[in-house]
Design a protein around this ligand. Structure first.
Ligand code: SF4
Length: 492
């Protein structure tokens, strides 16, 4: 699908806010454009029909739009040559309205990302470093799509859907966590504890990970708890929206009433989109992003080569991102809970690899029985892993995915996706050598440079700058070798 670059008037109303003030024809234009585009993305049969006869194909979807109103998003190749409209025509108003909606959603994602910074300065600095590292490690395009949410809460053990491409390799569904009085009380205490620890950024958390939220029949009750304690309705992402459309309609009404801006439905088979489009109007699905995951989806939506998908890297290569591109679907830099196990891990996204097949580092893990255990556990994890600045005794080493070189007198750090030029340093060859060897503490490094005439504090500041930019190695040992945090009294 094509990105348009037409300049946007600033006067379009928000469609993620109160719709009662938006003209119905505006809502309809955007909702119906979205509907046609999601059909085009998911359904190869529709793409073929559109290519031959765009007007009939669009009319067949039961929308009031014409093909000319969606063509600007699809590009010339979507239509047979003799059916292409004349070049230079002014885009219809509906096109500008839809474009404004897309820009509003990009702004929403940026706000979610910005709002994810913790009140604790150690965690805030750590998260900023992980954002910087991800930009270097994953590349700007992939990194900006990651919101680095501060927490995610699984409400089941495993997932019933069993997607072959599951980027977090969800295990087979085992059981779910009922919204009993006891569980609800613990959940609310956990949320309260985390809110006290992290502050309002917890609002950017959500209630799934390697689980589908709708596997839990009481999901909506947990959603209300989260909204009640934390003050925001978390985003829902589900691959089960088609299973019970009455439940789905109720869920959308609930999330809308609680102020949710965007929810997401994974579309694993074309038939699922058929069911959803049949049951829900374009307007009801206005704020639902449909993620095409089906065989036959348009090529722009290749899946990450992470998690279970890695097992199919050869067999289904045409559906996955290629080896030379970074891959992860992880979007949390913070705490990943499983409420069934009462476990918590400290995680942050990385490129999926043999060491980190799930596309995220696990820096620490532990279990808890009570909210008091949890407070102690998470505070221990923060003080163990979240330095706000480089310390003199820290060993300094370039990240292992970086190659350092000196070109034209400048030190450069080359990652899979980026080359970063590092300042104007005296004797950059020695800096490159010491950072590659990684056998000096910051203090020893600065002392070695001081002997060649570079002031000690200049080197310390330079190293702290590299640390802040996420260029120094903070990678933990692969998960199998990590030592979990144990808190006395937590017997699990
Ligand atoms: S991708 Fe989502 S729905 Fe599919 S198996 Fe993984 S967690 Fe379940």
């Amino acid at each position: 699908m094509r990105k348009l670059t037409t300049a946007m008037p600033s006067s379009f109303p928000s469609l993620l806010g109160d719709l009662s003030r938006v003209a119905p024809d505006h809502v309809r234009d955007v909702a119906e454009t979205k509907r046609v585009l999601e059909r085009w993305m998911v359904d190869p049969g529709f793409r073929r029909a559109f290519f031959q006869d765009p007007a009939t194909a669009v009319a067949g979807l039961g929308v009031s739009l014409t093909a000319e109103q969606v063509l600007p998003f699809l590009g010339e190749d979507s239509v047979a040559e003799d059916r292409r409209p004349a070049a230079g025509a002014r885009p219809p108003r509906s096109v500008l309205r839809y474009q404004a909606f897309m820009q509003e959603k990009i702004g929403h994602r940026e706000r979610v990302r910005a709002a994810g910074e913790a009140a604790d300065p150690r965690m805030a600095a750590w998260r900023r470093r992980q954002l910087n590292r991800c930009t270097s490690e994953l590349g700007l395009a992939r990194a900006t799509a990651i919101v680095h949410a501060p927490a995610a809460f699984e409400l089941s053990k495993g997932c019933t859907v069993g997607c072959w491409f599951c980027g977090v390799a969800a295990p087979r569904f085992d059981h779910t966590w009922a919204h009993t009085a006891e569980h609800a009380a613990l959940f609310r205490q956990v949320l309260t504890t985390m809110y006290e620890l992290l502050g309002p950024c917890l609002r950017q958390g959500f209630l799934y990970w390697a689980t589908d939220p709708l596997d839990n029949p009481d999901y909506e009750d947990f959603l209300r708890d989260f909204h009640d304690v934390v003050g925001r309705c978390p985003q829902t992402t589900t691959a089960l929206a088609h299973k019970d459309v009455d439940r789905t309609r109720g869920l959308l009404e609930l999330t809308r009433s609680l102020g949710s801006e965007v929810d997401r439905f994974s579309i694993i088979a074309t038939g699922q989109l058929d069911v959803l489009h049949e049951a829900l109007t374009a307007e009801e699905m206005l704020r639902v992003e449909c993620i095409p995951q089906n065989k036959g989806a348009a090529a722009v939506g290749r899946k990450s080569n992470a998690g279970r998908a890695r097992r199919f890297a050869a067999k289904r290569a045409e559906e996955l991102t290629s080896d030379d591109l970074s891959s992860t679907i992880a979007c949390v830099s913070g705490f990943l809970f499983n409420m069934v196990d009462r476990s918590v891990q400290l995680i942050t996204p990385c490129n999926a690899s043999d060491d980190w097949p799930l596309g995220y580092w696990v820096l620490d893990s532990g279990t808890f029985d009570t909210a008091a255990d949890l407070r102690e556990l998470t505070e221990t994890m923060i003080s163990r892993h979240m330095r706000s600045a480089l310390r003199a005794a820290d060993v300094v080493r370039a990240r292992r995915d970086l190659t350092l070189s000196v070109e034209d007198g400048f030190l450069r750090a080359r990652s899979r996706e980026q080359v970063v030029r590092i300042g104007d340093l005296p004797d950059p060859e020695t800096v490159a050598d010491l950072l590659t060897r990684g056998d000096h503490t910051a203090e020893d490094f600065a002392a070695a440079r001081a002997r060649t005439g570079v002031p000690f504090l200049t080197t310390m500041a330079m190293l702290d700058g590299l640390f802040t930019r996420g260029l120094l190695d903070e990678e933990p040992p692969p998960a199998s070798r990590a030592v979990p945090v144990t808190i006395e009294g937590a017997a699990r």
